[in-house]
Design a protein. Structure first.
Length: 220
């Protein structure tokens, strides 16, 4: 038991020194600034200090920035959040207090924040894993994903990645919705519901089917 505790301690990052708190505050001010270049600079400084894994405040502020207007910077923010939640193999873990604060903040995400996260994946497949790590930390994300997937007013690219995220995370409660949606899309694709086949149905149906297969595999 003593050995295990020692190993766990060794694999956890150290607390942020008090002497660096001023640097963190300045970087946070830049992170929420009006210019994207300034915000990127603030994030870079925080990551250099490893502050996102050592400071509950930093993790909380980053979680509140998942709607960052600049998509490239939004992706980098989400990567940092995913690093807190899922450390690299054999790498040191974030402080437990940081993970606890972050999960609490992420639990308050709803459809708007979920949509912003899906936009990251729609813009770059590189965002799939980190976005799914973040969504998986929010108990309400499954419902939001289903709402977005089923909403015909939402851009089809975002609906497609919503289906990908559902399958990747394994949101089993979505299966009935996916079943109904796959049937409607199949009918629309063959022209049974419209005068002409729907190009959105052709694009979305394979991803819905893939999500259903992923959920099915997860229950085997």
């Amino acid at each position: 038991m003593v050995v295990k505790q020692a190993l766990d301690k060794h694999k956890t990052v150290k607390q942020l020194p008090k002497c660096r708190r001023g640097d963190v505050l300045c970087a946070l001010e830049e992170l929420v600034g009006p210019e994207v270049q300034l915000r990127a600079q603030g994030l870079e400084k925080l990551l250099a200090l490893d502050a996102h894994r050592r400071s509950p405040l930093v993790a909380t502020v980053l979680a509140s920035r998942v709607g960052e207007p600049d998509l490239d910077l939004r992706l980098e923010i989400v990567k940092a959040l995913a690093m807190v939640l899922r450390p690299v193999l054999d790498g040191p873990r974030s402080l437990e207090s940081v993970r606890r604060w972050l999960r609490y903040t992420l639990s308050q995400m709803r459809r708007r924040e979920t949509f912003a996260l899906l936009q990251i994946i729609a813009a770059s497949s590189e965002g799939l894993d980190p976005v799914c790590h973040v969504l998986d930390a929010c108990s309400f994300s499954g419902g939001a994903l289903v709402q977005i997937l089923a909403d015909r007013n939402v851009d089809v690219a975002v609906r497609i990645v919503a289906a990908k995220a559902i399958g990747r995370i394994g949101f089993l409660e979505a299966e009935p919705v996916l079943q109904r949606l796959s049937q409607r899309l199949a009918e629309r694709q063959t022209g049974q519901m419209d005068l002409i086949p729907n190009h959105e149905a052709r694009a979305l149906l394979p991803e819905v089917i893939n999500a259903l297969h992923a959920l099915g595999d997860g229950t085997d």
